[in-house]
Ligand binder design. Structure first.
Ligand code: ZN
Ligand code: MN
Length: 474
């Protein structure tokens, strides 16, 4: 294939601060469950006299997102008005940061190709802005919910550094992890808490110049993003190959139909008439605030994957741990408490993920402390693997405490002296087996272990029994 796509992204992340960006209204996240137009005030409705004032919580989250992406934080940034007319925009302009954004210039490193390679993309900036209201089209009518008007967003603008749809999706997953691990937002694509616009052009691999780019919007899942990019790549290549020319335009992706439509062409492109918002003074961020925010910076997905790759985790393990944000935090906290990573990963897969899959739930089936307690007992040899499995299962399905299950089942720790006693009894009763072993018959060990297990009524750890037998025969 001589053609390659050149892709840049504009990603809007909805912050989960309690209030909107410039007023004290509630920052709703679940619009379907909230009565429309119940969280509005003169400021976010653009009424005369409603003056905007930056709230601290969204500002801190904006700074944290900048730090999570490795950006440099500007000590002074500016708010601009982006003017256009649309019913969901009561002020007739959106407050954004065009000339001097909060976070600027750095690069993000992320894993791609099933965790076999790392790639870097450059971030141009990550700026604060206020969202518009929400238009709902139903039965040939249009409704507007202004609960979303003025809610805080950070828009992240990348350089055109992506060369495939898979790279884009892997980057977006990493971005989503950083947003969630830092509790900056919920970043659910289907709920519009993360909105991705893709800029695509194509070129022959040896060309230096960029050709005309097209913006594609309205993708509500990672699958849709991948399909939209692949469709647009093919469409542009075909146009150039047939001697045509790609028009600069904005296209609307229809995932159900598997194709995109022209939404706006260059001829009717909007002139946003950006200018500094006279109601908002320059946003000054002192170093002390940045330092304070930096204290809560969480480990990134990239750093977590680095570690898992070092531990030789396969892609199934990594996907399982990263796939659920509660699980990745659980894994991280257990490892940081000194549990062996593979041991934890194995039990997360076998006990938690398996149960969640079987029961089709995304909720953790038991709480962290109980899980930790059982892992401790298991690690310290106070529970056998087979017993731990039973405890996990009952914890998950019946919501019981681990100690209660252990008592009910009579899972008493067997002490080593007792096991040694059984081993010695078995060896005394089977002198011919020892003789066979000394003559090189390894299989007889299995027979001896089985005899000891019988005596212990399944309570002894077979690994330990084996060790003790070998020591005794010496
Ligand atoms: Zn308001
Ligand atoms: Mn924007």
């Amino acid at each position: 294939m001589e053609w390659e796509p050149i892709i840049g992204l504009e990603v809007h992340i909805k912050l989960n601060s309690p209030n909107k960006l410039f007023c004290k209204c509630k920052n709703t996240q679940e619009f379907e469950q909230t009565s429309p137009n119940t969280h509005v005030c003169p400021t976010c409705m653009g009424q005369p006299g409603g003056l905007p004032q930056v709230n601290m919580e969204p500002l801190k989250k904006g700074i944290l997102l900048g730090l999570a992406l490795g950006c440099q934080i500007n000590h002074k940034s500016l708010f601009d008005r982006k003017s256009y007319f649309y019913p969901d925009l009561p002020m007739g302009y959106q407050i954004t940061q065009e000339k001097l954004p909060l976070n600027v210039e750095w690069e993000v490193e992320f894993w791609t190709d099933d965790y076999t390679t790392k790639k870097k993309v450059r971030i141009n900036n990550a700026h604060l802005e206020a969202d518009a209201g929400k238009m709902i089209h139903e039965d040939g009518k249009a409704y507007i919910d202004y609960n979303r008007s003025g809610t805080p967003l950070v828009e992240i603008v990348t350089y055109p550094d992506f060369r495939s749809a898979d790279e884009v999706v892997d980057f977006l997953k990493e971005l989503q992890r950083r947003v969630k691990y830092n509790n900056i937002g919920y970043a659910d694509l289907e709920k519009g808490q993360m909105r991705v616009d893709v800029n695509i052009s194509v070129r022959k691999k040896w060309e230096d110049q960029y050709r005309t780019r097209v913006e594609v919007k309205n993708m509500n899942s990672f699958g849709a993003i991948k399909r939209a990019i692949e469709y647009e790549f093919k469409r542009q290549v075909e146009i150039w190959q047939n001697g045509g020319e790609v028009d600069q335009e904005t296209r609307w992706w229809d995932d159900g139909a598997g194709q995109s439509y022209v939404m706006r062409s260059k001829e009717n492109a909007l002139d946003y008439r950006y200018f500094p918002d006279p109601d908002l003074p320059p946003l000054v961020v002192e170093q002390t605030l940045i330092d304070e925010v930096a204290k809560s910076l969480a480990k990134s997905g990239t750093q977590r994957i680095d570690e898992m790759v070092d531990w030789w985790f396969n892609k199934e393990y990594i996907n399982a741990i990263l796939g659920n944000f509660e699980i990745s935090d659980l894994f991280d906290s257990l490892v940081s408490e000194g549990f062996e990573p593979k041991f934890v990963a194995k039990w997360i897969m076998n006990a938690i993920i398996r149960f969640m899959k079987q029961n089709q739930t995304s909720e953790l089936p038991f709480d962290l402390e109980d899980f930790k307690e059982v892992l401790k007992l298991l690690r310290d040899g106070k529970l056998l693997e087979s017993q731990a499995k039973i405890v996990f299962f009952e914890m998950a399905s019946e919501g019981k405490e681990p100690q209660q299950i252990i008592e009910e089942k009579g899972f008493k720790p067997v002490d080593q002296g007792e096991i040694l006693g059984w081993v010695q009894e078995v060896l005394q009763a089977n002198p011919q087996a020892i003789e066979q072993f000394k003559q090189g018959d390894q299989k007889v060990i299995g027979f001896l272990i089985w005899q000891v297990m019988k005596k212990s009524q399944g309570k002894a750890d077979p690994k330990l029994v084996r060790e003790l037998i070998l020591k005794e025969i010496g």
